[in-house]
Design a protein around this ligand. Structure first.
Ligand code: PEP
Ligand code: MG
Length: 401
């Protein structure tokens, strides 16, 4: 019933106005799935390869689609993803593009769910999933590669740790975003928004901490539950490998000083979450920081692990971090992404399912987070391509009642 009858690929717009790959998968019994690839700006050096959209589509049409049609069942995700790997033949999807691969992988999952008549999270995670929801990490202010002339730290995140429901968590993050807009206004600071919808003012990181701490505190008082502060430092983007220093504008920090700085920030702001506190090759610095503050905050590897089980295993062996960011397009298929979540979970690390800075209306990651029982999801706060996922979580919670 779920045997694949057709796969079509097209070029659509992402949230930055760039082209990306969308896939439609149709099964012989009429099951249908559609999904689109997201795209990063602060990409990790070890990510699977995103090809230019036209090239990715042409290569997938030539090599992957013939291996899928009439050969593979959309309801069998491992079979779909093995066929994609077989068609590509490399370990980084550099032949067909991770963008084509992930769009097809996710569209096939949706087509499989459609045939089964089950929500995607249940098809991927099983019938007992749908009771637990991830805490949404809401990007409320930032800069880095996502906005020019704004903060050096890429993302300041609201972390509604005390929210009694996903809906209250999502609305709390939106309230923090709004409150930051008001606080910037009161200070006479003009601010546009970055790629993920977070405010992107021309202020320094110290002022950003002050504003975000005040906004999360104010909203926590209003809603009656705790809201912490988190960061995605995206430290690889600040690191100058030739000079071996992190550059925050005119301020330079050695790798040791970077670890000290991160540890101090965790204590000063009682940070609930820190992503990529050091650059993507520094497993030792990450491990040192984990020894120092890993008992009181979530230390998450994004560029460090790139959703890759081999890099994650290296991190586990080194004691680097206690969480992994999970971006399906970093590795190319849903099966590989789920493998990363499972390896993390077996070793006591938290999974943080994540969007990219370039997104579409696709909601697969909302289902993936529920399906894998991930403790966190990072998918923005405002903006249609972000609220698509947040609203889907609200709908899943209502369905699951
Ligand atoms: C979402 C992120 O940004 P990008 O998609 O640009 O890698 C991130 O760094 O976590
Ligand atoms: Mg990141």
């Amino acid at each position: 019933m779920t045997r694949i009858r057709s796969v079509s690929l097209r070029r659509i717009l992402d949230s930055r106005g760039n082209p990306t790959v969308e896939a439609d998968v149709l099964t012989e019994s009429g099951g249908f799935g559609r999904a689109a690839a997201p795209s990063g700006a602060s990409t990790g050096e070890y990510e699977a390869i995103e090809l230019p959209t036209g090239e990715a589509i042409a290569a997938a049409r030539q090599h992957a689609i013939p291996r899928l049609i009439n050969e593979v069942h959309a309801g069998n995700q491992r079979e779909v993803d093995a066929a994609l790997h077989g068609a590509d033949g490399t370990d980084d999807f550099s032949n067909i593009g991770a963008n084509s691969a992930v769009a097809i992988s996710m569209a096939a999952a949706k087509a499989g769910a459609d045939v089964l008549g089950a929500p995607l999270y249940q098809h991927l995670g099983g019938t007992f999933r749908g009771d637990n929801f991830p805490i949404p990490l809401g990007n409320v202010l930032g800069g880095g590669e996502h906005a020019k002339e704004a903060t050096h730290i890429q993302e300041f995140l609201a972390v509604p740790v005390g929210a009694p429901s996903i809906s209250e968590a999502v609305f709390a993050n939106a309230a923090v975003h709004e409150r930051i807009g008001d606080l910037l206004d009161e200070r006479g600071v003009a601010a546009g928004k970055g790629d993920e919808g977070a405010w992107a003012p021309s202020i320094d990181d110290a002022a950003a901490f002050e504003i975000v701490a005040q906004a999360t505190g104010d909203v926590a008082d209003d809603v009656g539950f705790d809201i912490g502060v988190g960061l995605d430092v995206a430290a690889s983007e600040l690191y100058d490998a030739d000079d071996e220093v992190y550059r925050y504008g005119d301020v330079e920090r050695t790798p040791d000083e970077q670890v000290d700085y991160m540890a101090d920030l965790v204590d000063e702001y009682d940070l609930a979450y820190v992503e990529d506190p050091v650059e993507e090759n520094d497993f030792d610095g990450f491990a040192d920081l984990t020894d120092r503050v890993g008992d009181r905050t979530v230390l998450c590897g994004d560029d460090l692990f790139v959703t890759n089980v081999e890099r994650l295993q290296d991190g586990i062996d080194a004691g680097a971090g206690n969480a992994i960011l999970v971006k399906p397009n970093q590795i190319g298929t849903l099966s590989d992404a789920v493998d990363a979540v499972e390896l993390a979970t077996r070793n006591g690390l938290d999974a943080v399912v994540s969007h990219r800075s370039g997104e579409t209306e696709d909601t697969t990651i909302a289902h993936l987070a529920v399906a894998t029982d991930a403790p966190f999801i990072k998918t923005g706060t405002v903006g249609g391509e972000r609220t698509a996922k947040l609203n889907e979580l609200i709908r899943i919670a209502e369905d699951a009642v």
